[in-house]
Design a protein around this ligand. Structure first.
Ligand SMILES: [Zn+2]
Length: 260
């Protein structure tokens, strides 16, 4: 199986992006970050498909079509924020677990970014974000590196955009593609992140949890025994456990039917 990732530099062309200021336009900064990530993925043997590689304007339809036809299972959509906040945030699909989005944010925080939040947002017609709503089965994480109208964030983005870019690529290479990250000779050394925090429970509690997952599987909430195995092996991330318990609670409210 060849490993491939899609990278989406937000905005472009006539759309500069809201995360712009007197130092940079969002469309330019996110393109620089994206091309830097591409370099690190390719150095590590992972194929990259970009939605754009220059200052091209892309509407939601061609943009998401490029994601869907990329052959990638994962997509990173790079953005900068504006609107009076501070810090980095990552956004995952309403149909996904928050594991990757959490790991990406933690990786940025390890490079000095201020932690804002990991979230998702439901709209009236599915996911609020078209990068989630219109990208089919591709697992997309929207990464907002900081606020262009916040001076701390702006300084960090200007000084550390390369470090941020590499930290995100490194996270995917290690924790999503599960291969050893090869740092660049003479390149910036990004700090190691711990990856998602796993449940630190005594074995009897893991066994009890596995029974709950098994019961839920028997009622059709989960389709495989993967969750039982993961919790028993002690490598279930905390946020995945929270997501699963929410799914079970949702199914219970739904009369034992699988939550779509
Ligand atoms: Zn944006």
């Amino acid at each position: 199986m060849s490993k491939v990732i899609c990278i989406d530099p937000g905005h472009g062309g006539i759309d500069p992006g809201g995360g712009s200021n007197k130092h940079f336009k969002e469309k330019d900064m996110v393109l620089k970050i994206s091309l830097e990530q591409k370099r690190h993925f390719e150095r590590n043997g992972i194929k990259v498909v970009m939605t754009r590689t220059n200052d091209e304007y892309l509407d939601s339809i061609p943009r998401t079509n490029r994601v869907k036809t990329s052959g990638a299972k994962y997509c990173i959509s790079n953005h900068l924020n504006a609107g009076g906040g501070e810090g980095a945030e990552t956004i995952y699909s309403i149909h996904a677990s928050s594991t990757i989005a959490t790991g990406v944010l933690n990786a940025l925080v390890a490079q000095g970014a201020k932690k804002r939040r990991v979230f998702n947002r439901r709209g009236t017609n599915g996911d609020w974000y078209y990068m989630h709503r219109m990208t089919g089965s591709v697992s997309t994480v929207i990464v907002e590196y900081g606020f262009a109208d916040n001076s701390n964030d702006t300084d960090k983005v200007l000084n550390d955009w390369k470090r941020y870019a590499e930290a995100v690529a490194k996270y995917y290479i290690e924790h999503v593609f599960k291969q050893k990250y090869i740092p660049e000779k003479g390149g910036v050394q990004v700090a190691n992140d711990k990856g998602p925090e796993t449940l630190n429970l005594p074995q009897w509690q893991k066994s009890e949890m596995a029974k709950v997952y098994k019961l839920a599987r028997g009622k059709g909430v989960f389709s495989s025994e993967e969750h039982e195995k993961n919790v028993l092996a002690g490598d279930m991330p905390i946020d995945q456990a929270i997501f699963l318990m929410t799914a079970i609670a949702g199914a219970a409210l739904n009369g034992g039917k699988r939550v779509q």
